[in-house]
Design a protein around this ligand. Structure first.
Ligand SMILES: [Zn+2]
Length: 102
């Protein structure tokens, strides 16, 4: 059994789990549909996921591409630093020698 709220008086109405169709509320005698929208959603869902899936895959590929790009950029920066480090050290040594020899 499922407890739902009546759209007319908002009182709880008990229905079967697989109930669908038009029902009348025992509290206010108002009629309402139940289960019909669920069937619509089942028909609608495959079309929705079909149209969204390619964009989802493209988004993942773009994300991976940017991660690789960021990784390459970081590696390039690190390698430049490694190559430049002896030069920087050499310049620092030259400057220190210049300062202390005066
Ligand atoms: Zn009601």
């Amino acid at each position: 059994m499922v407890d739902i709220l009546c759209p007319h008086c908002e009182e709880e109405v008990e229905l079967d789990d697989d109930a669908s169709g038009t029902y009348s509320c025992p509290h206010c005698d108002g009629e309402f549909e139940w289960g019909v929208e669920e069937i619509k959603m089942i028909h609608y869902e495959p079309n929705k996921s079909k149209s969204e899936k390619p964009w989802f895959i493209i988004a993942i590929f773009v994300q991976i591409f940017f991660y690789i790009q960021a990784f390459i950029a970081t590696m390039a920066a690190v390698s430049v630093l490694i190559v430049a480090l002896p030069v920087i050290l050499f310049l620092v040594v030259i400057v220190f020698i210049g300062i202390f020899s005066v």
